[in-house]
Design a protein around this ligand. Structure first.
Ligand SMILES: *Cc1c(COP(=O)(O)O)cnc(C)c1O
Length: 381
């Protein structure tokens, strides 16, 4: 027997994170944009990456101010925040790495991070990996934030990091700005010092319904508030791994301390810049996905649980996925859908399932499979 590895005790027996990867025809399980980048964007990205390849003997641009400027310009347009500059922006290999930077800089041993469940299952892993204590409080039954509970937890636990996903994964729920502001105000002491950073994870922001604001507009007022975004969802660029964050330049400077040297490769920077130059084309399908999302919510609401006969519960969604349920045996429903060639996600509170919005064909295939599954005796037992 070879010797056992000297693994950290808290990591022993822990399985790596990740949704099941199954080769089925319809994959609606990880909230990707179902439409590949259009040919003109593929051509532009290829050309940019080809040009960058000629300089790969050199390390990448460590501060990537060109990319940060392009992200500032895009976000300034998207969130009506023309005051954003390169100094307000940070970027990394996916917003997952952005969040790790936040935990590395503001969490750590003896410190606490707080969030409100159900929410993104990666957050506790950033806490674990940075030895930050992880504390959660429940959202309301409709997945909105209970401000009294939230303020109570902050008062009691004295966190140094507060993570708010909006629109939230896996529920699709967007937070109101006055709620986010209340938490930002509750973390400023009498002398004006902030006891916590408030990070609003807006990975799905581009899918929000008209009238739903972005927390970016709070950044000038609250120097301890940051908004994380990603090119993985609306931008149809998940494979490139580009996430970013907008905050006061002082907070961005703190994140620069903990990043690994040259963490964003020359090829990533080139590809992201080329994609941002074609933002309008890449985001051209978002309106259709939003419409398809709204239709999917209505279509699901017109169906019933085979056991109870009650109409399905469907959460309001400002994202590109829909949480629905509740099933007596959600795993049976999930497995039967896989057998019908449709992969969704078994995630969220007990009894619920999450489906990503796909192409029209994929959504139709999902609903047909769901109808088939709901009519079989197997899931009714
Ligand atoms: C998908 C998702 C992200 C994006 O992660 P990337 O690392 O940018 O691909 C971030 N936050 C939430 C809540 C998500 O669901």
């Amino acid at each position: 027997m070879p010797p056992r590895l000297p693994i950290r005790p808290d990591l022993a027996e822990v399985e790596p994170y990740g949704a099941p990867v199954l080769a089925v025809p319809v994959r609606l399980n990880v909230n990707e944009n179902p439409c590949p980048p259009p040919p003109e964007v593929v051509t532009a990205v290829t050309a940019a990456v080809g040009e960058a390849a000629a300089g790969l003997n050199r390390y990448p641009d460590r501060e990537f101010l060109t990319l940060r400027g392009a992200l500032a310009e895009y976000l300034g347009r998207e969130a009506d925040a023309p005051w954003l500059t390169a100094g307000h922006l940070w970027a990394a290999n996916g917003s997952n790495e952005i969040m790790l930077h936040v935990f590395q800089a503001f969490g750590g041993p003896g410190r606490t991070a707080v969030s409100f469940t159900p929410t993104y299952s990666m957050y506790p892993q950033y806490a674990r990996d940075t030895y930050t204590r992880w504390v959660t409080a429940p959202r309301r039954a409709d997945f909105t934030l209970d401000l009294t509970t939230a303020l109570g937890v902050i008062d009691r636990e004295r966190p140094s990091v507060i993570v708010l996903a909006s629109p939230n994964n896996p529920t699709g729920t967007a937070l109101r700005l006055d709620e986010i502001e209340a938490l930002a105000r509750a973390t400023v002491g009498p002398g004006g010092e902030a006891s916590a950073v408030v990070v609003v994870d807006e990975a799905y922001a581009e899918f929000r319904r008209p009238g739903t604001p972005s927390a970016v507009e709070l950044v000038p007022t609250y120097p301890h508030l940051a908004v994380a975004r990603t090119m993985s969802k609306a931008f149809a660029f998940a494979g490139a791994r580009v996430g970013y964050l907008a905050a006061a330049p002082d907070m961005v400077d703190v994140l620069r301390v903990v990043r690994l040297p040259y963490h964003l490769s020359t090829l990533t920077q080139a590809a992201a810049l080329a994609a941002l130059q074609h933002a309008d084309v890449l985001l051209g399908g978002v309106a259709a996905l939003r419409d398809a999302r709204d239709r999917l919510v209505l279509d699901l609401r017109s169906r019933s649980d085979p056991v109870t006969g009650r109409p399905l519960e469907v959460a309001e969604s400002d994202a590109n996925f829909v949480l629905f349920g509740t099933f007596t045996d959600r795993n049976a429903v999930w497995r039967a859908l896989v057998r019908d060639g449709v992969l969704i996600r078994e995630v969220g509170p007990t009894g619920w399932l999450r489906v990503s919005v796909g192409t029209c064909e994929e959504n139709t295939a999902f609903l047909a499979a769901l109808d088939h599954v709901l009519s079989t005796a197997e899931v009714s037992r």
